[in-house]
Each structure stands twice: as C-alpha cells, then as structure tokens.
Design a protein around this ligand. Structure first.
Ligand SMILES: O=P(O)(O)OC[C@H]1O[C@H](O)[C@H](O)[C@@H](O)[C@@H]1O
Length: 264
C-alpha cells in the first residue's frame, strides 16, 4: 500500500489525508464533517485514479494540449519530500516525452481548511508549454440545492457544446447539474453555498476555473460512481488553460487553491 499522510491543523478543527499516489488530497474534514467527495467504490489507497479528492492535472488539463487527457502525474507515485503535523510537500519528476519538469504539491492545513500550492520547474534546456489544474471534488448535500457565486460576470466555453463561447449569465450558478464549463479569467474568490454550509474558494496563479458535474447520464459511464453519487459533488477546478503557460529553462510557475469553511 502506498503512503497516506495524515494531517491535523494546529487548533485541531480540520484533518486531512494526502496520498502519495498522484499527490492527491483524498479527504478534508472540518469539525468531523467531510468536505471532499470520494466515490464509495474509489479505493483511495490503491493504484487507481478515482473521481474524487483533488487530482493534480499536469502537464495537460483535459484535452487542452497534445498529450494524454488530464496529464500523467495524477496516476503515478510521488515522493514525499517533507511531512509535518499540518503540512506536507510532495514531488514528482517528468522526463522525456511528457516534458522535463520537476513538479511539487504542498498542502498546508489550517483550522478552517487546506491550501494547495502547486509548482512546476522547467528543468529542460528549452522553453516548454503546459496546461494544468487542481481538479477539486467538493462534496455537497445535494447538487440541486447548491449555489456557486462569483462567476456571474465571466464568459465561459461550454465543453458540452464543443467549447462554444457563452456570454456571462449575470446570476449565480444554481443547481449546477451536468455542467462542463471553462470559465476564462476568473475572479480570485468564489463561494459555494449549500443549505448546510458555505465554502470560500480562492485561487491565485491559475487564471481559469472549470466547473464540472457529470449529471445522471454521463455518471453512468464512470465505473467508480455508484447510482446517485453524481448528486453529491461539484468540481470547482483551479485551472490554467487559456492561455497555456510557456516556461523558460529553470523558470518556475506557481498556482494555488485555498478552500475555507465559512462561519455559519
Ligand atoms: O474522467 P476524468 O478523466 O477524470 O475527467 C473528468 C472530467 O474532468 C474535467 O472536469 C473535464 O472538464 C470533464 O470534461 C471531464 O469529464
């Protein structure tokens, strides 16, 4: 079994687990309440990349690039560089056809939620380009009573309609069932609201946000999702797609996503 790192925030209100497989945050609880989705059938500790937690996508987000969908680092073992009580740092190396990069993910667990800090260093001798993302699966009581605020003024590309450009909606995204949208140039802060709790999502470095829920029909095509599980998550993904990053030799790119439980 691969290492799973257990984290606890200094004040003890949050706990989290990070798998060395994909450097995936596989759960985060606030006062005992889990806030990340993991499919019941998804074996978080085995060599599979389930639809859950926070997969790290690099050097390609989705099909935005010439390589493998969602890149190669989400389903390989990463090396644990540092481990503390409330933080850890993992690293993996790409060499050859996927590029020449050293890639890092740091998780810092605060009392009210985790910070995920991604970085990629071009260790090659030429400029290299990539797209990337943190594919965060947020657990919700019911997608039909979920609201996402902050993208009202942002145009998006509809991935369910061959990336057709869509004008801003000017209203919060309510009941986001079966959506696959690339919001380009998003604000730093979004809020996810459910009848039970609200979360603040803050990203930096990452220019875009992808919002995804498969809905009932597409969910049936995923072996690891049980009936009805699609209702219980919304992916709000910090992404860098438009434009791709071009990094010179020995340059580093940074992107972060912070998730915070808001006071009731
Ligand atoms: O099934 P996966 O390869 O993990 O991809 C799951 C989903 O990830 C992203 O959010 C994309 O926007 C979706 O188009 C894709 O279906």
């Amino acid at each position: 079994m691969l290492p799973i790192l257990e984290l606890r925030s200094k004040g003890g209100r949050s706990t989290a687990r990070v798998s060395s497989f994909g450097a995936r945050l596989i759960d985060w609880t606030f006062e005992g309440q889990p806030h990340l989705f993991m499919p019941q059938a998804g074996a978080a500790d085995e060599m599979v990349a389930p639809h859950g937690g926070v997969p790290v996508l690099f050097p390609q987000f989705g099909l935005f690039g010439p390589g493998r969908k969602h890149g190669v680092v989400r389903d390989r073992d990463w090396r644990v560089e540092e481990q503390g009580e409330s933080s850890c740092l993992l690293r993996t190396r790409l060499r050859g056809e996927d590029g020449d990069f050293d890639v890092f993910l740091r998780v810092d667990l605060h009392d009210d939620g985790p910070d995920l800090s991604f970085s990629a260093v071009n260790v090659g001798t030429q400029s290299q380009s990539f797209t990337a993302g943190l594919h965060t699966y947020l657990r919700v009581p019911n997608i039909e009573t979920t609201l996402l605020e902050g993208l009202e003024a942002v145009a998006y590309e509809d991935a369910l309609q061959n990336l057709t450009p869509v004008e801003p909606a000017w209203v919060p995204l309510t009941a986001p069932v079966n959506v696959d949208r690339v919001y380009v140039a998003t604000p730093r802060r979004l809020q996810l609201r459910t009848p039970d709790f609200a979360l603040l999502l803050e990203q930096s470095g990452f220019h875009d946000t992808v919002v995804w829920n498969p809905g009932p029909e597409i969910a049936k095509t995923f072996a690891d999702l049980n009936d009805g599980e699609w209702r219980t998550f919304l992916c709000v993904e910090a992404a860098q797609i438009r434009p791709p990053v071009t990094l010179g030799p020995m340059d580093t790119w940074y992107g972060t996503q912070k998730i915070r439980r808001l006071a009731a």
